[in-house]
Ligand binder design. Structure first.
Ligand code: BDR
Ligand code: CA
Length: 309
């Protein structure tokens, strides 16, 4: 499969890239960087460094949007470290980003092979919304879009109802959810049920080699952040779970389909993902999204460890 990854690396973005890079059946056709966990220059630079670490140094990396469509950007150095990778320093990348912007690269790749490109979006959806503006047929040109974002029934992580990727650009998310993609949503409802346990992190720390050791360093920082909230040194695996269900939908054990909208006006709920699950036929004519509610979590964690060995 050919995958375009739109991301804001980002510790869990890094693990998603590691997983895709380790799969011989996945061609990473391009990586788009977006603001989010850090400024876009930093997330693009991290993507280049990570692709070298994970053995895919030829994948083009394109710089995307530096700010949301409407609001001011907010970054997350307290979650992902000042450098976006848990303050673990990776070597200077040998390459620079390509000249095309991330939305341009995505549109070109989708047009080149209609119906063949898959898209994994694990940052704010700004690049995708801009790409849809450039090419309104993008949802038909792309085979499948998997988005990590939202909190449908679960609590948010940056507000009572808000998940970071959606809250970071609610207008962009609303555009993407309404564009007509064949879209699977991996929200906090499932990612917070699929955390890397202290035992899993300890096992990874014992794996030798640059790839495992650096990634273990990133995740150790992330676990420190989560320990401050939950009192246990474990961490969420949001973005890698989205990568895993894209590559291997067999992992999905529960889901429902519903039209999905993003609250863009609420004072308490701006960025909330609202699924219309009423049993009556919905008046909402937008294409329903498949919201994933459960996965084979032990198998997922095993796949991640195997990819990092
Ligand atoms: C999402 O927000 C980012 O901080 C993570 O990389 C992930 O994509 C989780 O809410
Ligand atoms: Ca991310």
């Amino acid at each position: 499969m050919r995958v375009f990854v739109d991301c804001d690396p980002g510790i869990d973005d890094a693990v998603a890239l590691a997983y895709l890079a380790a799969r011989p059946d996945v061609e990473i056709a391009g990586v788009g960087a977006v603001f989010g966990n850090n400024a876009v220059e930093v997330t693009a630079d991290n993507a280049l460094r990570l692709l070298e670490l994970y053995g895919r140094p030829d994948v083009p990396v394109a710089v995307g949007c530096a700010r949301p469509l409407v609001q001011e950007p907010r970054l997350a150095p307290h979650v992902h470290g000042a450098n976006g990778l848990g303050d673990v320093e990776l070597p200077e990348p040998a390459r620079k980003p390509v000249a095309e912007s991330a939305p341009e690269l995505l549109v070109r790749l989708a047009r080149e092979n209609p119906g063949e490109l898959d898209v994994l979006a694990v940052g704010p959806l700004t690049n995708l919304a801009v790409a849809v503006g450039m090419e309104p047929k993008l949802p038909q040109l792309v085979r499948k879009l998997v988005v990590m974002g939202g909190a449908v029934s679960a609590p948010g992580n940056v507000g009572p109802h808000g998940e970071a990727n959606i809250v970071n650009d609610p207008e962009a998310a609303e555009t993407v959810f309404g564009a007509g993609f064949d879209l699977d949503l991996v929200a906090l409802d499932v990612t917070m049920e699929t955390v890397a346990t202290p035992e899993w992190l300890a096992e990874l720390a014992l794996v030798s080699g640059e790839k495992a050791q650096r990634t273990s360093g990133f995740l150790d920082f992330y676990a420190g952040f989560y320990a401050g909230i939950y009192g246990v040194r474990q961490c969420a695996m949001h973005d890698p779970l989205a990568a895993a269900v894209l590559v291997d939908p067999r992992l999905i054990t529960g889901s429902f389909e519903a039209p999905l909208r993003v609250e863009t006006a609420g004072t308490l709920t701006r960025g909330m993902t609202v699924a219309d699950r009423r049993p009556v036929p919905s008046a909402d004519e937008r294409r329903p999204v498949r919201v994933i509610t459960s996965v084979a979590d032990a198998e997922f964690l095993r796949l991640m460890l195997d990819a990092l060995r």
